[in-house]
Ligand binder design. Structure first.
Ligand SMILES: Cc1cc2nc3c(=O)[nH]c(=O)nc-3n(C[C@H](O)[C@H](O)[C@H](O)COP(=O)(O)OP(=O)(O)OC[C@H]3O[C@@H](n4cnc5c(N)ncnc54)[C@H](O)[C@@H]3O)c2cc1C
Length: 578
């Protein structure tokens, strides 16, 4: 690491940063084992090994010499953040993904390096447990270091509380992408500043490290631009495609890949699902002081990456069909994915309140997640939490530590039937939370964002109006199955029915479509909890294995003809009928 007299990277000032874990030295024995996966190459000084934005960069182990890692800066000199010497290695989180590289690497002096190409790296990660764990841990800590760098990543420019700004920020946070927030000055003040000279209508904007600025980008545009999306290979037939990277999908992916299945995960937004929006999950086994949903998801994603799972992030599956035993899923934008088996883990999304002008205030005062990110928006102000379930209870308790006061509104007569006792006790004992039973929000007011809320007690008729700018709505969820209508058997509420006479085989997670399984919250009659979602995702893989083994001969017979048939079918569907 750069400790040879240069100023230390800012991440080092963070007491939580662990340089010993971020920059471990391989032992002689480890390097000897690694020789089987790569080839030795000698480079003169000042050779660029990889540049920022490049995908699928190889890993380099320094045998002799020195390699410098630096962050290209948006304005000014590139910043050296690490220096690898004998038996140290290059690469951060993008070593496990196909994301574009955040950093650049070049030789400082003539250097003898062991280059481990990408395909060999995946083999290494599966076969060399001890080294794989060391690399995985180093890549996480290096990413943490880069996120902590004042100059790392992109700059998000806009106004705090603006709906689009919040959406972009959430996208960066949930994908662990290094970013900084810059509050845009008021309109009249922008004319002198090059970076911020765009009119308000072009905000929020994202300044990239190559000097370009994207104005009001969509999430998909950003994911493509920054290399967060890894598009699936259209020529490939995956053993299993997991739709959704919430707890159930991530668990399925880890078990599938660790047991040798060629696995793809397609996720519409960011890993974590509903759990990713929870500030603290306290009832998941093994975390006695609780864990944030975001952290749990990041760890699970890394575990999956370590085993070679491919992730297509920020792309939804929009249709599913099956021909000759092969499933064809189509991603938004028309990209096809072919797979022998499918695990549907697309979960659920928040229900909304039926109040006039509601949509106008979504992300402009109405939120569905109460994490550290949202808490910044309501620090020291009064807030409302709506809902009687555990997610609402958690939010109320969490927010009572940051907000001035929490008004907790529920329609029922108490919390007893819907919330865990530990949360009820905390709510009852908090002087920062007031519970309003039998109550409903009836009016939302405000110019560009929410400014005032009125609610009514349906039992007494008493109405309360308060100048409150932030409402957290947590009133349950609806299944994400719109993309499956007409394909798979659903119950009246749209959840997927599985098992028994409803399934193509008599196993608990089998749907009505052969080779398609459903797990977690999207499955009718599942227990809507993190632990059960993880359990179902883990267990379903044994059914998938059995299904693949039973149908091996069908797949092996003519996989290409099945693919060709699917392509012809899609081409015919895309051709306008005369
Ligand atoms: C705020 C909050 C707090 C919670 N706290 C707890 C708790 O403390 N303890 C507990 O046990 N449970 C808790 N829960 C419930 C728990 O989070 C869920 O039961 C769990 O997340 C369900 O996991 P899942 O993987 O089945 O689905 P989800 O978490 O809903 O994940 C589904 C994923 O699929 C993606 N997706 C949807 N459609 C598509 C598509 N067409 N293509 C691609 N991707 C798609 C979504 O973007 C999402 O990421 C909480 C829920 C919330 C909302």
């Amino acid at each position: 690491m750069a400790d040879n007299g240069e100023s230390k990277p800012s991440a080092w000032n963070n007491p939580e940063f662990r340089p010993d874990l971020a920059f471990p030295q391989l032992t002689e024995d480890m390097v000897e084992r690694l020789m089987a996966y790569g080839r030795e190459e000698t480079f003169p000084a000042n050779v660029t090994l990889f540049k920022q934005g490049e995908r699928q960069v190889d890993m380099f182990v320094v045998l002799d010499g020195e390699v410098e890692i630096f962050l290209p800066a948006t304005n000014g000199e590139p910043k050296i953040i690490a220096s690898h010497r004998r038996f140290e290695f290059s690469g951060e989180l993008n070593l496990l993904t196909s994301q574009g590289s955040l950093v650049e690497a070049r030789t400082v002096s003539e250097s003898r390096l062991l280059r481990i190409p990408r395909n060999e790296l995946q083999r290494l990660m599966r076969s060399e447990g001890e080294i794989a764990n060391l690399i995985t841990s180093a890549t996480i800590w290096r990413r943490i270091g880069i996120i902590g760098e004042a100059t790392g990543g992109v700059v998000l420019i806009g106004h705090a509380g603006d709906a689009e700004m919040t959406e972009l920020q959430r996208f960066f946070v949930r994908n662990n992408y290094p970013h900084r927030i810059m509050e845009a000055p008021a309109e009249e003040a922008t004319t002198t500043d090059d970076l911020l000279s765009d009119t308000e209508s072009r905000l929020p904007a994202v300044a990239l490290s190559d000097g370009r600025t994207l104005h009001r980008p969509t999430i998909t545009q950003l994911a493509d631009e920054l290399g967060i999306t890894e598009l699936p290979d259209p020529e490939m037939i995956y053993d299993v495609t997991v739709v959704g990277a919430g707890p159930s999908g991530l668990a399925a992916a880890v078990y599938a890949a660790s047991e040798g299945l060629c696995t793809l995960v397609v996720e519409g937004t960011a890993p974590g699902g509903q759990a990713g929006t929870s500030s603290k999950i306290e009832n998941y086994l093994g975390f006695p002081t609780g864990i944030s949903g975001q952290r749990l998801a990041s760890r699970a994603q890394l575990q999956a990456l370590k085993f070679g799972v491919r992730f297509a992030i920020s792309r939804e599956i929009v249709t599913a069909e099956q021909s000759d035993g092969i499933h064809k899923l189509t991603l938004a934008g028309g990209i096809p994915v072919c797979s022998r088996a499918v695990v549907v883990a697309s979960g659920a999304q928040y229900r909304k309140l039926s109040v006039e002008n509601y949509a106008q205030y979504e992300n402009r005062g109405i939120y569905y997640a109460a994490t550290a990110m949202e808490s910044v928006l309501c620090r020291d102000n009064e807030v409302i939490v709506v809902g009687g379930g555990n997610s609402a209870g958690q939010a109320a308790v969490f927010l009572s530590g940051v907000a001035k006061h929490v008004h907790h509104i529920v329609r029922g007569k108490s919390l007893a039937a819907t919330m865990s006792q530990y949360l009820i006790s905390r709510i009852e004992s908090s002087s920062h939370i007031t519970l309003y039973t039998h109550s409903e929000i009836v009016k939302l007011e405000g110019e560009s964002s929410l400014e005032c809320v009125t609610w009514i007690n349906r039992k007494t008729g008493e109405s309360t109006m308060k100048p409150i700018r932030t409402v957290f709505v947590m009133i349950g969820a609806e299944p994400n199955t719109g993309w499956l209508y007409g394909t798979v058997r659903l119950d009246k509420k749209g959840f997927i029915v599985t098992g028994g006479s409803d399934g193509f085989e008599n196993t608990p997670y089998a749907t009505s479509v052969p080779g398609m399984y459903a797990v977690g919250d999207v499955r009718a009659s599942s227990v809507k909890r993190v632990a059960s979602a993880v359990g179902e995702g883990s267990v379903v893989i044994s059914d998938v294995h059995r299904y693949l083994a039973d149908h091996r001969n069908n797949f092996a017979a003519e996989p290409n003809s099945a693919l060709a048939a699917l392509r012809l079918a899609s081409a015919a569907a895309a051709t306008p009928q005369s």
